[in-house]
Design a protein around this ligand. Structure first.
Ligand code: HEC
Length: 111
C-alpha cells in the first residue's frame, strides 16, 4: 500500500494537466472560476440576485464600475479588502482573480 500515495499524486498531476490544457481558454476558465467561487453571492449574471446575495446585501458586479478595461487591479483590491471574502479568498489566486475579472467585465458589458 506504500505505492498508493505516489499513484494519487500522479492522478492529481494528470487531472491538473487536463484542467490546464490550452483548450480551456482564458475567458472560459474565468467564467468557471466565477461560477465556482463568486456566483453564490454575486449571482451567475453578476446582479447578486441570489438568496445569499439578498441576505448579505451583496453589491452587483455587473455595473459600469467594473466594465472598464483597466479595473482588474481595482477589482482584485476590492475583493481582498473585504473581510466577507475571507473564506473564498483562500481558494482563489490572483491569477484566478484576473481571469474572473475578465468574466466580470463581460457580465458588466452585457447589461
Ligand atoms: C459569501 C458571499 C460572497 C462571495 C462568495 C463573494 N463575495 Fe464579493 N462581496 C460580498 C459582499 C457581502 C460584498 C459587499 C461587502 C461590503 O461592502 O460590506 C462583496 C463585495 C465585492 C466587491 C466590491 C463591490 C463594489 O461595488 O464595491 C467585489 C469587487 C467583489 N465582491 C468581488 C468578488 C469576487 C471576484 C468573488 C469571487 C472570487 C466574490 N466577490 C465572492 C460577498 C461575497
Amino acid at each position: 500500500m506504500r505505492r498508493f500515495p505516489s499513484l494519487l499524486w500522479m492522478g492529481l498531476g494528470v487531472a491538473g494537466l487536463l484542467i490546464f490544457t490550452p483548450a480551456s481558454g482564458f475567458a472560459d476558465s474565468g467564467s468557471e472560476l466565477y461560477t465556482a467561487n463568486c456566483a453564490k453571492c454575486h449571482g451567475a449574471d453578476g446582479h447578486a440576485d441570489t438568496p445569499v446575495g439578498k441576505a448579505m446585501k451583496v453589491p452587483p458586479l455587473a455595473t459600469p464600475k467594473w466594465a472598464a478595461d483597466d479595473d482588474t487591479d481595482a477589482l482584485i483590491a476590492a475583493f481582498h479588502a473585504n473581510p466577507k471574502h475571507k473564506a473564498v479568498a483562500s481558494k482563489v489566486t490572483d491569477d484566478d482573480l484576473r481571469a474572473i475579472a475578465v468574466h466580470v467585465r463581460a457580465l458588466a458589458a452585457a447589461k
